[in-house]
Design a protein around this ligand. Structure first.
Ligand SMILES: Nc1ncnc2c1ncn2[C@@H]1O[C@H](COP(=O)(O)OP(=O)(O)OP(=O)(O)O)[C@@H](O)[C@H]1O
Length: 332
């Protein structure tokens, strides 16, 4: 659905490259996350998808079109197929909720009866029917983002771009908006690209993720792989931030390992069994049970001492538990 081929972008006033040699592709129907720190190039990347920015090198292909080669009319048509929502909602403050949602339909020259019917259908979908005649200033942040979503869906897009869409919201509202976005993906088959600086957002809704650092993709893959076994320092940092996992374990000896339990292994009494058989002791340094979209998983960070540590690691692995040796990593 979306392909970046060796894309670079240097702003005229910028000097250094905001994006360098970015190649990635987003399949139809998936939720693709782009995570990076401030200034990594996330906004630039997402704005290239609907032609709000143009690349200085490479090509961005969306739904079969080379975005940079589209004329004014072609771009307008593309933007009807690619909706966008924003961190600060970007609503028209002088228009009501219903008028905000109707706006793109009116711009597209749709007949009045269709505009009315479609607007009420969209307001119903995002749960704002009762607020149709209010103005944005009378709404909560979450309600404003719902208006943004309804407006983005007005022209029946295939793709929804989410530019830090939950960054201005509290955790509970964030969860509701992410649920709404997930539902749109499931029920309408919308392809979704979201940019964020929070790994938790990626964990909750994305199928795949690219990690951006200083304009380059430093890691990309299934969320499960990147989240459970990050390979780049940047991804590790984001995962740790999301977990609050200890980055150091001062004064603890032994072999530091992270166990990942998934699927059946999650419910086996593996820890005690392995300790008994191999004679190792363990101190628990950190732990969490979470979900990756719908899949539960558990991770435990342990210091293993005494007994036969190598045999213990083999036994964990034989029980379907993944073991990562953190002895080198944890000091980083
Ligand atoms: N219009 C612009 N003109 C000049 N430089 C820009 C412009 N927009 C972005 N940049 C620069 O490009 C780089 C990437 O910026 P971008 O906004 O894409 O990053 P980001 O990851 O979205 O950051 P943030 O999370 O802070 O929004 C930064 O160095 C930024 O200063």
């Amino acid at each position: 659905m979306i392909t970046f081929q060796d894309v670079s972008k240097t702003y005229a006033q910028g000097g250094h490259a905001a994006l360098s040699a970015v190649s990635l592709s987003v399949a139809a129907g998936e939720v693709f996350g782009v995570i990076g720190a401030s200034g990594a190039g996330k906004s630039t990347l997402i704005r290239l998808i609907n032609g709000l920015e143009t690349p200085t090198g490479g090509r961005v292909i969306v739904d079969g079109d080379d975005v940079d080669a589209l004329g004014v009319e072609g771009l307008r048509a593309l933007r009807r197929r690619v909706g966008m929502i924003f961190q600060h909602f970007n609503l028209l403050s002088g228009k009501t909720v219903a008028q905000n949602v109707a706006f793109p339909l009116k711009l597209a020259g749709r007949p009045a009866a269709e505009v009315k019917a479609r607007t009420s259908e969209l307001l119903e979908r995002v749960g704002l029917t009762a607020h149709a005649d209010k103005y944005p200033a009378q709404l909560s942040g979450g309600q404003k983002q719902r208006v943004g979503i309804a407006r983005a869906l007005a022209t029946g897009p295939k793709v929804l771009l989410c530019d830090e869409a939950t960054s201005a919201l509290d955790p509970e509202t964030t969860e509701q908006i992410l649920d709404l976005i997930s539902g749109l993906n499931r029920e309408l088959g919308l392809t979704i690209v979201l940019i964020t600086h929070e790994m938790d957002v990626v964990r909750r809704v994305c199928d795949r993720v690219a990690v951006l650092e200083a304009g380059r993709v430093v890691e990309e893959g299934a969320v499960e792989d990147v989240f459970l076994h990050p390979t780049s320092d940047t991804a590790r940092r984001f995962v740790r931030e999301a977990d609050g996992e200890a980055a150091t374990a001062p004064g603890v000896g032994g072999r530091l390992v992270r166990l990942t339990f998934k699927g059946e292994a999650t419910y086996k009494p593996v820890l005690g069994e392995v300790a008994r058989v191999t004679g190792v002791d363990y101190s628990i340094l950190g732990g969490r049970i979470h979900r990756l979209r719908e899949t539960p998983y558990g991770q435990l960070t342990l210091a293993l001492t005494g007994g036969d540590v190598d045999a213990a690691i083999k036994s964990f692995e034989a029980s379907g538990v993944r073991v990562d040796d953190l002895t080198g990593e944890i000091a980083r």
